[in-house]
Design a protein around this ligand. Structure first.
Ligand code: UDX
Length: 441
C-alpha cells in the first residue's frame, strides 16, 4: 500500500520506518524543512534504539522518503496516517489543532477512497469532528473515511513494540475503511481489535490511565511499606503472581513521567469534566504522582537536617532509561527544589546531556561521567534506572564521595550490596540502610 505519514515526531517517525519495514511504500511529511533534510540523511531528531538503522535501510532501498510538501505526499496515498502532536492546553485538555490542520491541508490532494487514520492521541469524538470537516469540503462520492488507530509504543522500545505489541486497535464506523487499515497491519501477526471509532479513542486514554493508576497505587503501598518496615519489592512480587493483577507496572519508584502518562491522565480528567463527570480516582492518581516525585527530597531533608551548602550529584535526568526525553522527568522538580534549598547540583545522564539544560534549573552543573559527578559529593540522587548506573561499583562510589549517602528513586541496588559497601542508602518502599550517620528529624 502507499502510505503518507503526517508528522515526523516520535510516533510519526516510528510508524514511517515500521510501515516501510512491513513492506509498504511510505512518504513521511513534516513542515519543518530542517528535520526533513536531516531525515533524508538518516539523522534522527530523537534518540530511539534502531531508528537510524531503519531510516538508512528504507531510504536507500527506495521504500521511504521524507518531504515537507502535502502536494507531493498525499495524492498517491491510499492511507494517510495523522501522527502529529496533541499538546496539553492550560486546562489539561488535548489541543487537536495540529490534527485539524493536517486533515484540512490534505483535503485538496486526497484521492478517491483514501482512508485518513488518526494515530495521534485525541479526545473521544475527534474522529467524528474530522469526518465532519471533510464532509463539509468534499462530496461523499469521494468515499473518504476516517479511522482511529491509537498506538501503544513505549519510548526506547518503540520499534520492538511495533512488531511485538499485545494488540492493534482499529476503530472504524464503516467496515470497508476498517478493513483497509486491518490489511495494512495484518503482516505483523498481532491480535487486532476491531471496534467503533469512539471506543477506540477511549481505549488509548483508558489504557494509559490504568497503567498510571497501577504505578501510583504501588507507590502509595511503597510509602506505607517504609513506615511499616515491609519491602515493596516483595509485596509487588507477591501481588503480581495473581494473574488478575499481573506483575507489570508494579515497580515502585519516583513516579511516572514522559510525554504520555502525565498528558493523557490530565486530558482524560478534562474529558470527563466536560461531561460534568468528576473522575475522582484519576485525579488522585495524578496527585499521588506529583507527591511521589518530590518524596525523595523529604527523605533527604530528614537525613541531613538542612540541604543548604551541600553538594549533590544527580544521576539520571531522562524520564526513563533508553531515551533522551526530558518531558515531565522527575529530575526537573528534584533539581529545582535542591537549588531552592541552596544546594549545589552536579548532574549526569548517559544520553540526555544535550537536551537536559533546556529543562533544568540554570544553576545546574554538568559532569561528563557519573564518577565526575559524585566527586566530593555529600550525597547522590539516582533518578533514572540506566543500566550504566545499575553496574556501578558501590565501593568505588563510596570512595569518591565526601559523604557516602545515596537516595535511590529507582531501587537499582540490593539492600545487601549497599550495606556491604558501607553506604547510607535510602530507596523507595524498602528499609533504609544507614551505616555512617543516623537520620536527623
Ligand atoms: C507509555 C505507555 O507504556 C505506552 O503504551 C504509551 O503509548 C505511551 O506511554 P512511555 O511513556 O514510553 O510509554 O513509558 P513507560 O515505559 O510506559 O513508562 C512510563 C513511566 O512510568 C516512566 O516514568 C517509568 O519510569 C514509570 N514506571 C513504569 C514506573 O514508575 N513503574 C513501573 O512499574 C512502570
Amino acid at each position: 500500500m502507499n502510505i503518507a505519514v503526517i508528522g515526523a515526531g516520535y510516533v510519526g517517525l516510528i510508524s514511517s520506518v515500521c510501515y516501510a519495514e512491513i513492506g509498504h511504500q511510505v512518504v513521511g511529511l513534516d513542515l519543518d524543512p530542517d528535520k526533513i533534510q536531516k531525515l533524508n540523511r538518516f539523522v534522527s531528531p530523537i534518540y530511539e534504539p534502531g531508528l537510524e538503522e531503519l531510516l538508512e535501510k528504507h531510504i536507500t532501498g527506495g521504500r521511504l522518503k521524507f518531504t515537507d510538501s502535502y502536494e507531493e505526499a498525499i495524492p498517491m496515498a491510499d492511507v494517510i496516517v495523522i501522527a502529529v502532536g496533541t499538546p496539553s492546553q492550560a486546562n489539561g485538555m488535548a489541543d487537536i489543532s495540529f490534527v485539524e490542520g493536517a486533515a484540512l491541508s490534505s483535503i485538496p490532494y486526497l484521492k478517491k477512497q483514501a482512508v485518513l487514520v488518526i494515530k495521534s492521541t485525541v479526545p473521544v469524538g475527534t474522529g467524528d469532528h474530522v469526518e465532519a470537516l471533510i464532509r463539509d469540503r468534499i462530496s461523499p462520492d469521494y468515499g473518504i473515511e476516517v479511522v482511529s488507530n491509537p498506538e501503544f509504543l513505549r519510548e526506547g522500545t518503540a520499534i520492538y513494540d511495533t512488531f511485538h505489541g499485545d494488540r492493534i486497535v482499529i476503530g472504524a464506523n464503516r467496515d470497508s475503511a476498517g478493513e483497509t487499515v486491518r490489511r495494512l497491519h495484518e503482516p505483523l501477526g498481532i491480535p487486532i481489535v476491531m471496534t467503533d471509532r469512539r471506543s477506540s479513542e477511549m481505549i488509548k486514554y483508558a489504557s494509559n490511565a490504568f497503567l498510571a493508576t497501577k504505578i501510583s497505587f504501588i507507590n502509595e503501598i511503597a510509602n506505607l511499606c517504609e513506615m511499616l518496615d515491609a519491602n515493596v519489592e516483595n509485596v509487588s512480587e507477591g501481588m503480581g503472581l495473581d494473574k488478575r493483577i499481573g506483575n507489570q507496572f508494579l515497580k515502585a519508584g519516583i513516579g511516572y513521567g514522559g510525554s504520555c502518562f502525565p498528558k493523557d491522565t490530565n486530558a482524560l480528567i478534562q474529558i470527563a469534566g466536560n461531561m460534568q463527570y468528576d473522575f475522582e480516582l484519576l485525579r488522585s492518581v495524578v496527585k499521588v504522582n506529583e507527591k511521589q516525585q518530590t518524596g525523595i527530597l523529604r527523605k533527604a531533608k530528614a537525613y541531613y537536617g538542612s540541604l543548604q551548602g551541600l553538594k549533590f550529584a544527580v544521576l539520571g535526568l531522562a524520564f526513563k532509561p533508553n531515551t533522551d526525553d526530558m518531558r515531565e522527568a522527575p529530575s526537573i522538580r528534584v533539581i529545582e527544589q535542591l537549588v531552592n534549598e541552596e544546594a549545589e547540583v552536579v548532574a549526569y545522564d548517559p544520553v540526555a546531556m544535550d537536551k537536559a539544560p533546556q529543562w533544568l534549573h540554570p544553576a545546574t552543573q554538568y559532569a561528563g561521567s557519573w564518577e565526575e559527578a559524585i566527586q566530593d559529593a555529600d550525597g547522590v540522587f539516582l533518578l533514572t534506572d540506566w543500566e550504566e548506573f545499575k553496574q556501578i561499583d558501590l565501593r568505588k562510589l563510596r570512595s569518591l564521595m565526601k559523604r557516602p549517602a545515596m537516595f535511590d528513586g529507582r531501587n537499582c541496588f540490593k539492600l545487601s550490596a549497599a550495606e556491604s559497601a558501607g553506604l547510607d542508602y535510602v530507596s523507595v518502599g524498602r528499609p533504609a540502610v544507614r551505616k555512617t550517620v543516623q537520620p536527623v528529624g
